[in-house]
Design a protein around this ligand. Structure first.
Ligand SMILES: NC(=O)c1ccc[n+]([C@@H]2O[C@H](COP(=O)([O-])OP(=O)(O)OC[C@H]3O[C@@H](n4cnc5c(N)ncnc54)[C@H](OP(=O)(O)O)[C@@H]3O)[C@@H](O)[C@H]2O)c1
Length: 316
């Protein structure tokens, strides 16, 4: 367990992402996997030491939050009650029509109703989107935190500069910025170069890594001749899939040394970069596999080899 930023939340090194829990359009919820699979993913996460779930009001238009509420409040759950209440991180989406003051409060109240809880553990601003400047939302966050409706405040997709500004505003209100959730993986290392990683480290803000498996590409199961399903195929088609084999082959060698999987190698690399990956899981098998990344460590030369191979990949 590690402390999330300077907050009082202690989270496992891997969390479970839940965009998939209710995300029908992009992920195929209700078609290629069911509520039963999600129940399995939830139980496997908790039973294998994952103590937090990442959701958002936009995932399945609130469905993800409702599913989490059902799973965590289930009277029938035979999970140990002491471990069955995970930390919940959710997000506010700054839709363009959310202009008036109080919009963030109303969004939080709706999330609280869906989650069937009185406060949220980590509340994050999903994107620093205009038309309203993100500073306004951060001010509102501070207010809600001081009222006890939010235990910790986070942001997501914030640049280095925006992170600094959010940190400063919250600091004036004696609230800490706990985390910045950003895209980070072996196939997306932008935060190492654009100042986000460095700024977060300097400010004591945890980096939460989304897309840690590059939406499945880093699990080794997708190839040019076996691409991911339609929308992901469009997104990742061509170049990335074509260039992937040498990296997958290196991951394969490393994985077999540790008796682990490709996914675990990808997650382990993120853990050892000091971040908190939140792989999305659709089944008990995936959640069990992902949580096992917390049980072993990559060696220094393995990290270096992965760094080198991905640098090659990303500069081609
Ligand atoms: N803040 C933001 O803007 C933002 C953006 C995106 C995501 N997120 C958060 O980050 C979480 C994770 O990111 P992501 O869902 O985009 O991508 P991801 O975690 O990189 O990939 C998840 C997908 O990989 C496959 N998978 C997962 N574990 C596996 C395993 N052990 N073996 C084989 N396949 C496995 C599954 O898809 P298949 O089985 O279909 O291949 C799963 O849906 C989301 O759930 C969400 O909570 C946040």
């Amino acid at each position: 367990m590690v402390r999330l930023g300077q907050s009082d939340l202690r989270v496992s090194r891997v969390g479970t992402g839940t965009w998939q829990w209710g995300g029908a359009f992009y992920w195929g919820y209700g078609r290629s996997y069911t509520d039963e699979d999600i129940d399995g993913a939830y139980r496997a996460s908790i039973q294998n030491g994952i103590n937090w779930l990442d959701t958002a009001e936009i995932y399945g238009r609130g469905r993800s939050e409702k599913i989490i509420s059902q799973l965590t409040n289930s009277e029938n759950s035979n999970l140990d009650k002491a471990v069955a209440k995970p930390i919940i991180a959710t997000k506010f989406f700054p839709y363009p029509w959310r202009l008036g003051r109080g919009a963030l409060r109303r969004a939080l109240e709706a999330s609280l109703r869906r989650l069937n809880t009185e406060s949220v553990d980590l509340y994050q601003i999903h994107f620093p989107f205009k038309p309203r400047s993100f500073e306004v939302w951060v001010e509102e966050m501070a207010e809600l935190a001081s009222e006890g409706l939010i235990r910790a405040v986070g942001v997501s997709n914030f640049s280095a500069e925006q992170t600094k500004v959010a940190h400063e505003i919250l600091h004036r209100h004696r609230v800490n910025l706990a985390s910045n959730q950003v895209g980070y993986s072996l196939l997306n290392r932008r935060i190492e170069a654009n100042g986000v990683m460095q700024t977060c480290n300097e400010l004591g803000v945890s980096v939460i890594s989304y897309g840690p498996l590059a939406e499945g590409l880093l699990t080794g199961k997708y190839r040019i001749e076996n691409p991911p399903p339609f929308l992901r195929k469009v997104r990742w088609a061509g170049k990335k899939l074509k260039l992937l084999p040498p990296l997958i082959s290196l991951m394969n060698d490393i994985a077999s040394t540790h008796g682990a999987s490709h996914s675990q190698v990808a997650l382990n690399w993120l853990i050892q970069k000091g971040t908190l990956p939140i792989p999305g899981a659709k089944s008990a098998t995936q959640a069990t596999d992902n949580s096992a990344a917390m049980t072993w460590r990559l060696k220094t030369d393995e990290i270096e080899a992965l760094d080198e191979e991905t640098t090659r990949f990303l500069t081609r």
